[in-house]
Structure formats: C-alpha cells, structure tokens
Design a protein around this ligand. Structure first.
Ligand SMILES: Cc1ncc(COP(=O)(O)O)c(C=O)c1O
Length: 391
C-alpha cells in the first residue's frame, strides 16, 4: 500500500549528488577514499572526538566494538531489552550473553539505577542505547563502569548531534556507535561510524575494520607489507556513500532545525490530548539536548494502538511501533536470556507509536496527522466529545 504520508522519506538537502559524482570521477569509489576521510575529519572536529572511523552501518560498529572489548564465551554484557536487535547481536556473535535491564519510564533509556544489581563477576561491558536521540544518564553509567572495571559502548545509532550535559552522544563511553541508515537524521542509505574515545583501542579498530589486516598502516607508509594480523571483516563503506553523507552532514544544523520545528508542531497540536490524559508525549531531561530524531506518543494500551494505526492507515498515514522487546523474543529464550521482570519495557513497548518524521515533511501534513489523531479520540475544537476521555 502506498501511503500519502509515509513514515520516512530520504531527502537531498545539499551537495550530496555533486559529491557522489566527484567520488566516481576521482577514480576511487571503494573504501577509504578522499570523501571517507573528509567525513571522519568533519565528525572528529564537530564533536571533538579523538578518532572516528566510518563503517558500513551502526550494526557493523557495534560488532567491531564487541570485538574490541574482547567479549567471549562466559562473558556478560548489560543492555536494555528495549533496543534494536543489533545491540544484542553484537554481544551474541562473540559468544557472550546479553543481560537485559529495564528502562526508565520518562526517556525509555536503560534505567541506570538498575544496572549495578545486574553486574556479576562475568560482566565485561555496558551498552547504553540513547533512545530517540535523548541521552542516557551517562555520569551514573560511567561511574558504575569505573567501579567494576567495565567497558562502555554507547549505541548512539539515533543520537548523532545530540548532547548529554554538553557532551556529544557517542563521545562519552570508551566507544560510540552511530547510524547513517535511511531512517536516521543524517543518512547515506546504509552507513555508520565507530567513535574511538579510548586511544588504546585505535590501532586494533583499524585492523578489524580492514578485514583483519594492517592495510591502514601500510597505506600510511608505516609498514612495508600488508598482511593478515587479526580477526576482522569488511567494515569500510564505499567512498560514494561517504560522499553522499558529507552532503548531509554539512547541513546538520539545517536538518536538525527542521526536525525541531516538526517536533514542536506535533507537541503543541497534541498537547490538549496529553493535558486530558488521553496520550503521553516524549520528555527530554533539561540536561539533555535532543536531536529530535523521533516523535512518538504513548497511548493507553496495545488495543488502542492497533486501532489508531488502522485509523491513520485509512487516512493514508503510516505510523509505526517498535521495538518488540528482545527479552520476549524466541531467540532470547533459546539463549537463556529471557528475564520476565521488565515491567516498564513491557508496558511502554505496547503503548508507543511513532509518527512520521522526516526533513521534507510539511507543516500541513503534521496538521493532517494530528487532526486525524484528534478525530480518533473524537476530539472537538474545544475539547473531548462526551465519553472520549472516559467521562
Ligand atoms: C538503537 C539502534 N541500534 C542499532 C541500529 C542499527 O543501525 P544500522 O541500521 O545502521 O545498522 C539501530 C537502527 O535502527 C538502532 O535504532
């Protein structure tokens, strides 16, 4: 079915196509060409990051991070169940066990107050996931990691250009992982980056990224041969993708300003429903600066959500939910990683509904979407029709 208002749509905002043409004309369209380095330098200088390596996806960055932490059989890593599968797969691919912790009801980020109770002598790492581009409580998480000598890998797939207490997400833990997938604020279709904040990990990260070889050192003239030195895989994207991404990143502020305007439009138009307790709206702690990656609402329960999705679908609007919590998946059960006591995750994952959010979304389309949601709740101009709020 083709939706009049899709959930997401890729956009061209600057010099993306010109740069792709240049990448081809340069005669270097494979990985680690001139555009790759320009993107890495751009991210390093924008975020004050020590070292950024462009990758094929955030999934790839998470896999590299798990290798860099030397996770292996018998080890455990702490993460939220309310996340994309890639966070957990990175752990499981190393033969280690994911240990799921519940999320906070306000931000849907891992609840830092529950992490320490999940630490065991086998714990090696914590993977905080910055949901919707809102920072996890990184001060508390870093303090726990320090007390127990753990690695911290920020899953900042959704958190590029967002801040926690004046620090860019992805630059606070030992490693940070970004996504430039089509659905993210800045995109090249499929892409990612690994932010290496701990300089001890930099040399090995280069090797893992280049199929387990010392190719990066060789290209810099630091070694006279190029050979197999470690495990690794193919994690460097084509320079054509880097070229497209540079065109997007150069417009980071423009893209973020537009998303912020859309977010505020949604929030103001839906606030009457929230004030009457019909829906919940996202909340951002005052010490976090969001990148406005996502706009979601929280409805009463899964039944209301299914009915609202159908109501929007009939009007040609695609709204989606995620995630099915990982601890309730068949694969988690087969790993023996399926705790039953994650009440906030269970509740919120059943109530959350994401609304369309992309650079080219028009104000009038937001008005159409919010009008449709109000009609669902039988909302009149001045307030709820009788019975709409349970009265
Ligand atoms: C929290 C989180 N982690 C990881 C990923 C994977 O990102 P990618 O598609 O770049 O591999 C996503 C993608 O949506 C995500 O939301």
């Amino acid at each position: 079915m083709k939706f009049e208002i899709p959930f997401n749509k890729p956009s061209i905002v600057g010099s993306e196509l010109i740069y792709v043409g240049q990448a081809v004309a340069n005669g270097h369209s494979s990985g680690d060409g001139p555009f790759t380095r320009r993107v890495e330098v751009f991210l390093e200088s924008s975020f004050g990051a020590k070292r950024v390596m462009l990758t094929t996806s955030c999934t790839a960055s998470l896999e590299m991070a798990a290798m860099l932490c030397d996770l292996g059989p018998g080890d455990e890593a702490i993460l939220p169940s309310y996340t994309f599968v890639s966070t957990a797969n990175a752990v499981v691919l190393r033969g280690a066990k994911p240990v799921f912790v519940d999320v906070r009801p306000d931000t849907l980020n891992i609840d830092e107050r529950l992490i320490e109770a999940a630490v065991t002598p086998r714990t090696r790492a914590i993977f905080p996931v910055h949901y919707a581009g809102v920072g996890c409580e990184m001060d508390a998480i870093m303090a726990i990691a320090e007390r127990h000598n753990l690695m911290v890998i920020e899953d900042a797939a959704q958190g590029v250009f967002a801040k926690y207490k004046d620090r860019w997400l992805g630059t606070i833990g030992h490693l940070g992982c970004y996504s430039f997938h089509e659905t993210k604020n800045f995109s090249c279709g499929e892409g990612g980056a690994l932010v290496v904040n701990d300089p001890r990990l930099e040399k090995r990260a280069e090797v893992l990224r280049q199929k387990g070889t010392n190719r990066s050192q060789f290209l810099r003239g630091q070694t006279d041969k190029y050979t197999w030195v470690d495990i690794g895989s193919s994690y460097a994207p084509s320079d054509m993708l880097a070229a497209f991404l540079l065109g997007q990143l150069e417009n980071m502020e423009k893209i973020t300003a537009r998303r912020m305007a859309l977010y505020e439009l949604y929030a103001s138009q839906l606030s009457p429903l929230a004030e009457h307790g019909l829906i919940g709206l996202p909340s951002v702690p005052s010490h976090c600066a969001t990148n406005h990656h996502m706009f979601y609402i929280l409805v009463a329960d899964i039944g209301v959500r299914s009915a609202l999705i159908e109501h929007l679908r009939q009007a040609g609007i695609l709204a989606v939910f995620h995630y099915v919590p990982l601890h309730s998946s068949p694969f988690a059960a087969s790993l023996g990683a399926a705790p039953t006591n994650l009440p906030v995750t269970d509740e919120m994952s059943a109530r959350l509904l994401r609304l369309p959010m992309f650079f080219d979304l028009r104000d009038r389309e937001v008005a159409e979407i919010t009008h449709c949601i109000k009609a669902f709740y039988d909302w009149r101009n001045s307030g709820p029709a009788s019975g709409a709020d349970g009265s």
